[in-house]
Write a protein that binds this ligand. Structure first.
Ligand code: ISE
Length: 341
């Protein structure tokens, strides 16, 4: 790795963007935050101040165009992701875009087409579970052959309330997209069929979703079951289990000590993803910066962002029809052959 620092602009200074900006400014080696943008001026100013010397913007295109900004981290609301990522690709600037890459596969495809036209990968997508040590250790066990051929992937994705009843579309595109990618990545297979069942959150609003159960068939015949709980009422948890021919591997993400007291045994559960994936977010951003210094893209690609949305769109159709849904097969272009991370 060369010694210079990559000058980064961060778009969006909500919880996630502020975390990324602080990580980049204070923890990541080889990065400098030179610009932050938010339409909420006060929030942007607070994060800019925490990043020492970062310029404050309230306009995303202006940040992307700024000559001091070499690379962009997008952490603004989901519906803005694709347009901003596209603008970065068109400006020739590398980007780490929070998931989802877009809110539909059609929109994400535009980013793919722009990268293909350029002949270069500039986009890394924020599927940070690839950088989570328990997930990586489970994947390594599978790759070593410790459990034999994987037969079933189980994903548990337990959220705390976001304060309102989320729509099914929001739960699938914003939350379940992580689990869809996780299954593809962990089993190294594409999804060919999905069947989705749900429990509605608010009976008066059938478009809302309290709990989602996604069953998937992968192209080699293995299976996946994803449980996405939108409002557990107790905390945040993400774990996976893969059942193989002669063994199984399961992550166990609870990190707090087991406490025995007054006739009870307890263990704390994290409150949210910022706590559960704190190290993964740091490793993700460090890997991104290292890849820019080395000029060798790494991590989840725009293709992963796109394909996960092709599957998400099929999930939405399955909810609508109440039937299993085939996932359209899409062929991975040569540009997106995955390098090791
Ligand atoms: C949120 O946007 C995230 O990305 C979290 O990782 C995920 O667990 C949560 O469900 C999403 O809402």
């Amino acid at each position: 790795m060369s010694r210079r620092a990559i000058q980064v602009g961060v778009i969006g200074t909500g919880g996630m963007g502020a975390r990324h900006a602080r990580n980049l400014a204070h923890q990541v080696v080889g990065a400098q935050v030179v610009a932050v943008m938010d339409i909420d001026r006060e929030r942007a100013e607070a994060v800019a101040a925490a990043c020492e010397g970062a310029q404050m913007f309230t306009d995303a295109p202006a940040l992307i165009a700024d000559i001091h900004v070499e690379a962009v981290l997008i952490a603004s609301p989901d519906p803005t992701h694709a347009k901003l990522a596209l603008a970065c690709v068109k400006a020739g600037k590398p980007v780490l875009c929070e998931k989802p890459l877009a809110t539909s596969a059609d929109e994400a495809e535009k980013v793919i087409l722009a990268e293909l036209a350029l002949g270069r990968r500039l986009v890394q997508v924020g599927f940070m579970r690839e950088f989570d040590l328990p997930h990586r250790a489970a994947k390594e066990a599978i790759e070593r052959g410790d459990i034999g051929r994987p037969l079933l992937f189980r994903g548990r994705h337990i959220n705390m309330s976001v304060g309102y009843a989320r729509t099914t579309e929001e739960v699938i595109v914003n939350s379940a997209v992580h689990d869809i990618h996780s299954a593809r990545w962990m089993l190294d297979e594409e999804v060919s069929n999905v069947y989705v069942q749900q429990i509605v959150a608010d009976q008066a609003r059938p478009e809302t979703c309290r709990l989602l159960l996604i069953q998937m068939t992968l192209s080699n015949g293995s299976l996946a079951v994803l449980e996405v709980n939108s409002d557990s009422g107790y905390g945040y948890e993400v774990d996976v289990e893969v059942i193989g021919e002669f063994g199984s591997v399961r992550t166990d993400s609870l990190r707090s000590p087991v406490l025995r007291r007054s006739g009870a045994r307890s263990q704390a559960v994290e409150a949210d993803w910022l706590a559960r994936f704190d190290t993964a977010y740091l490793d993700e951003v460090q890997a991104w910066i290292r890849s820019l210094l080395d000029e060798e893209p790494t991590g989840p690609t725009a293709w992963d962002g796109y394909v996960s949305l092709v599957v998400a769109d099929a999930c939405l159709q399955s909810v609508e029809t109440g039937k299993p849904q085939e996932v359209p097969a899409v062929e991975r272009p040569g540009l997106y052959k995955r390098p090791p991370i």
